[in-house]
Design a protein around this ligand. Sequence first.
Ligand code: ZN
Length: 377
Amino acid sequence: MNISCNFDSGNIEVIDASNPQRMLLAMRHDLNSYHFQWFHFNVDGLTPGQRYGFSLTNAGESAYSNAWVGYNAVASYDQINWFRVSSCFENGALDFTIEPSRAQVWFAYFEPYSRARHDGLIEQAQSKAGAELFATGKSIEGRDIQLLRVSRNPNALRKIWIIAQQHPGEHMAEWFMEGLIERLQNRDDAELNALLQQADLYLVPNMNPDGAFRGHLRTNAAGKDLNRAWQAASASETPEVFFVQQQMRQIGVDLFLDIHGDEEIPHVFTAGCEGNPGYSQRLAQLEEEFRRRLVGIGAEFQTAFGYARDQPGQANITLACNAVGLEFDCLSFTIEMPFKDHDDRPNAVTGWNGQRSMQLGKDVLSVTAAMVGGLRD
Ligand code: ZN
């Protein structure tokens, strides 16, 4: 039997695999950071039908140790179909077992979105969805950060920005972008055509390719949390944010969505700008409308659960959502999807997954289309 993680977004350390009933493993830290929570590894040489157990022994020391309660790991035999395996968090370790039907299985924190699939998505956005590669930034390790533009009316007034996976372990964020880009391929979509008459879309499907490739949870290759860098982005330590901010300042922003995953809360939710200095009635009404419409179209979304609201003037403006909302006086949201499940519509087999993230991306375009005319007075 062989346990490996020497591949894109792989992360595991084998401590002691001598007992197949409970192999002792650990998650590696993000480079230059104390954060860890993401895992992704392959096990080969299994005997189908036999029972194997795995223990992530350092789960209790991870960035969000409470998040393991009620969480089930994902597994796949083919890296295409992922399913949940019943998991148990006890004495600081996350344990799960499997009686595999094949000799090889992959485990991960969430259905991984690979760099190869990312490359395919960027190609597909251009060849099928009518996007252009508007600009390309570079990560610390020299990976491309593509900024796509979808512009179908040269007189469109509004600039809509959607960025994803600043936190590299939040792979659901790029699944969301894939769904959104897939919908853009349908040229008979009346909602979408109306939206693109009034607005250009600016899309960054993956903000943190180094972190994603390295199997990080939270940071880039310099150990920096990109979603705490929006007041002091630098070309040396956070070039990913620096690049996008420069582009935003040249182009303008009328709506900003920053796509994330939340480790603890088993629901899809948004976080807005209510704690920003200068937060206005106009922005409050736009936020309320966005949430109401997303519920109204039957999207997998709710408003009862989420983060505690910021007190007036107390927002952390190093976050992208708050920083962009403040600088451009625009509707600005963080959209959070769960690592666990959307408990309003639970699915024991898949939990929240790539497919559901894709559908949310499509649904968010409908709400954006409905609201584009009212984004500015
Ligand atoms: Zn996040």
